[in-house]
Design a protein around this ligand. Structure first.
Ligand code: HEC
Length: 104
């Protein structure tokens, strides 16, 4: 009899503590690069990417490739704080796509 109880509780245990061991932030809703930019980047880089607070690079002119942008956003650079604690990878990709719209 005891073994049946065990089998019954096993899936419950698995779902309650299984899986999500990583502490990576997960996106909480639909991902909009623009919203993410406005929430996390605008203070230093400005609406148009040109603001330059704390010597922030002009994102409307940046020639940095997407791979380097990803690392820069994730791990930070100079006065720019790393975003990996607050942004999921998918959000970083979305914001990188948004950066393209600042280049004219
Ligand atoms: C605290 C102010 C601050 C915030 C917030 C900030 N940045 Fe920056 N960012 C900087 C500074 C300063 C630099 C220049 C770093 C250096 O070169 O030393 C920079 C550089 C960059 C670069 C490199 C550009 C190049 O050509 O060198 C990218 C890309 C970038 N930021 C994107 C973002 C994005 C996307 C966000 C929001 C997720 C963001 N930044 C938020 C200050 C900030």
């Amino acid at each position: 009899m005891r073994v049946y109880y065990f089998l019954f509780f096993l899936p419950a245990l698995f779902f309650s503590c299984g899986g999500n061991t990583s502490r990576k932030p997960e996106p909480t809703g639909p991902i909009s690069g623009k919203d993410i930019y406005n929430a996390n980047c605008v203070t230093c880089h400005g609406d148009d990417g040109k603001k330059g607070t704390l010597g922030a690079a002009d994102l409307s002119k940046s020639m940095m490739d997407k791979k380097t942008q990803f690392v820069t956003i994730k791990d930070g650079k100079g006065a720019m704080a790393p975003m990996k604690a607050v942004m999921a990878d998918q959000e970083i990709y979305a914001v990188i796509e948004f950066l393209e719209t600042l280049k004219k």
